[in-house]
Design a protein around this ligand. Structure first.
Ligand SMILES: Cc1cc2nc3c(=O)[nH]c(=O)nc-3n(C[C@H](O)[C@H](O)[C@H](O)COP(=O)(O)OP(=O)(O)OC[C@H]3O[C@@H](n4cnc5c(N)ncnc54)[C@H](O)[C@@H]3O)c2cc1C
Length: 576
């Protein structure tokens, strides 16, 4: 059992965690814990861009960006937070540029910008160029840039350490974490004044997803087990253009550059549903349009997919601006995008829900906003909420840098004003027992079977379109799988690089995320953004213009409603 003491421990070395770390480096004693080697974090897979109203190629204003974010999120966005996002995006992107991020440039040398779904000129008049980008590998460039800054500033990295537990005092102050060293199997207690969870999303609960295999919601689930409510879990985004059957993402940048989605009759159907934004309608809508086309028999050859067509674009646009995503189509589907359409279907992509936070990234405990001392979250694990019921493309990367930066700055203040809280007696007890139970059981259920069943039921019954019957079935199935999980056995009993053990731990976290997604979806009897209920097709502002905060209570659930902050834009029907 190793013991460490820091001012701050950051769990997660993606864009959010690293941005926070850079703020604190040299000013406080900090550690960054990551189950992956940092540049392998999912941020590195982000493709299309990061939005900021720089106005480099055409007129733009942060107020327009704020409006699009609120409307894109189907008015569930907290508008004070959206204002922070849209205003601070500008400076945050310039900060990335000054750190050395190699953005694409305009002919006169400024950061180039392109179109993306739901981003509009003058409060909805038509598409605007707001996404700053580095070809279709923007995230790769961000993670490399931030990681280099971390190295330069001597951040203490605990690479390949897996978070197992988050520690709180009896008074509810956060005081550290327990991590498992993957190389040795040793447990480490990291005692700290402040903890930031920046552990990313949980797309792996679904069968078809764009997320990397590490997207298992560990930080979110571990906090939930410690009594922190989760917010807006029913809002899970499906991205319309995942490679058919594989879910690998083809960035919205393909449509931003002029690509169109066509059905089995060769029709560019988006225009029929969204006459102004057409193929650049937001993701929740585009995913539903595809669902509808397929349901009405207009998939390709009557099957459950449609085509993303970029073949009419100049070859140099494909080579220079969309090199990676078009390569995915060649490598994985054997399709040449310069000549033919790319088979696509909606793919589980982004968690709008997560740990509820305020604008300083402090985790809150209840609808009144009571802060948990010392406890923070930023990035995809957090729900501020700037994305409401549906995130706009390019708004996650901005969220990481804006709220990662705010987290780091606020943690610095808290480090100065608070004493180190005492650890609970036997801090490692829960984690040690969990590991021992898994290693000691010789016979039992298989991790792979439970994971497969979970991913299938989530895909079939809790994805783009939902209804009560399906959700009740999913709820029962997830509960049964939770029960089966209590009896799993793993093969590898070793201490070094025991991936069997890690996969089991991750599955436990995914089941917790799944249970809250399902329950949240059942309770919310309306359709809003990514949450579409066939049995409650309308948005119901009278009852549901509110965030849901879900906690586990005596084997059941408690759901509290938190009012949405509306500052400027009154909720309206969304038309694109
Ligand atoms: C294919 C793809 C393309 C995308 N393209 C875009 C885009 O163009 N624009 C945009 O705005 N958004 C995009 N997104 C979304 C965006 O990339 C993510 O939401 C964002 O990168 C998440 O960043 P993060 O810092 O929250 O977490 P991540 O980058 O996911 O990092 C999570 C970190 O947590 C660590 N971690 C997790 N669990 C544990 C544990 N148990 N113990 C220790 N460490 C742990 C991991 O090691 C990792 O370092 C894309 C997403 C995908 C999947």
């Amino acid at each position: 059992m190793a013991y460490h003491r820091y001012d701050a421990v950051i769990v997660g070395a993606g864009g959010a965690g690293l941005m926070a770390a850079i703020q604190m480096a040299g000013k406080a004693n900090i550690a960054v814990v990551s189950k992956l080697y940092p540049p392998r974090s999912h941020t590195g897979a982000a493709q299309g861009g990061i939005s900021a109203a720089l106005g480099n190629t055409e007129e733009d204003h942060w107020q327009w960006h704020m409006f699009d974010t609120v409307k894109g999120g189907d008015y569930l966005v907290d508008q004070d937070s959206a204002e922070v996002l849209a205003r601070e995006a500008i400076d945050a992107v310039l900060e990335l540029e000054h750190m050395g991020l190699p953005f694409n440039r305009t002919p006169d040398g400024r950061i180039d910008q392109r179109r993306f779904g739901g981003h509009s000129r003058n409060f909805g008049e038509g598409p605007v160029r707001r996404a700053c980008y580095a070809a279709d590998r923007t995230g790769h460039m961000i993670i490399q840039t931030l990681y280099q800054q971390g190295i330069k500033h001597n951040v203490n990295f605990f690479d390949e350490f897996h978070l197992l537990d988050i520690l709180f005092t009896d008074d509810g102050e956060c005081c550290g974490v327990i991590a498992y060293e993957i190389k040795t199997g040793e447990l480490h207690t990291i005692h700290a004044k402040t903890v930031l969870i920046a552990s990313g999303g949980y797309g792996r609960v679904y069968k078809i997803t764009s997320n990397a295999i590490a997207g298992t919601g560990d930080g979110v689930a571990l906090a939930y087990r410690r009594g922190i409510p989760l917010m807006d879990m029913e809002f899970y985004q499906f991205h319309p253009t995942g490679l058919y059957k594989l879910g690998i993402l083809v960035s919205e940048a393909a449509r931003g550059e002029g690509g169109i989605v066509v059905n089995g009759e060769g029709e560019a159907f988006a225009a029929r549903y969204a006459p102004t934004m057409k193929d650049l309608a937001p993701r929740d809508m585009m995913s539903r349009f595809i669902y509808q086309e397929v349901k009405e028999g207009r998939g390709i050859d009557g099957k459950d997919y449609v085509l993303l067509d970029v073949s009419h674009l100049p070859p140099e646009v494909i080579d220079e601006k969309l090199p990676d995503v078009t390569d995915f189509a060649r490598v994985y589907l054997g399709v040449e995008p310069k000549n033919e359409g790319i088979p696509i279907q909606p793919t589980a992509h982004y968690a709008m829900g997560g740990l509820p936070t305020n604008n300083n990234a402090q985790v809150i405990l209840d609808p009144a906003g009571t802060v948990v001392p010392g406890f923070y979250s930023a990035g995809e694990s957090a729900c501020v909420s700037v994305h409401g019921a549906n995130r706009l493309g390019t708004n996650s990367l901005v969220d990481l840098v804006v709220f990662g930066r705010r987290a780091g700055r606020h943690m610095l203040e808290e480090i100065q004003s608070r004493e180190l809280a005492e650890l609970p007696a036997n801090p490692e007890e829960t984690a040690a027992k969990e590991i021992a139970d898994l290693l000691n059981r010789d016979k039992g259920e298989r991790v792979a079977d439970i994971r497969k069943a979970m991913q299938e039921v989530m895909m079939d019954k809790v994805s783009v379109v939902r209804n009560e019957t399906g959700l009740l079935e999913a709820q029962k199935e997830i509960a049964d799988l939770q029960e089966a999980y209590r009896h799993i056995a793993i093969q590898d009993k070793g201490k070094r690089y025991n991936t069997d053990l890690l996969e089991a731990l991750e599955l436990g976290c995914m089941l917790d995320c799944a249970e809250t997604i399902v329950h949240g979806s059942l309770v919310r009897e309306e359709s809003r953004g990514a949450h579409y209920r066939e049995d409650f097709e309308a948005r119901d502002d009278a009852n549901w213009l509110a965030h849901s905060m879900i906690s586990r209570k005596d084997r059941g659930f408690e759901v509290q409603k938190k009012p949405v902050k509306i500052t400027i834009f009154e909720p309206k029907e969304r038309k694109y």
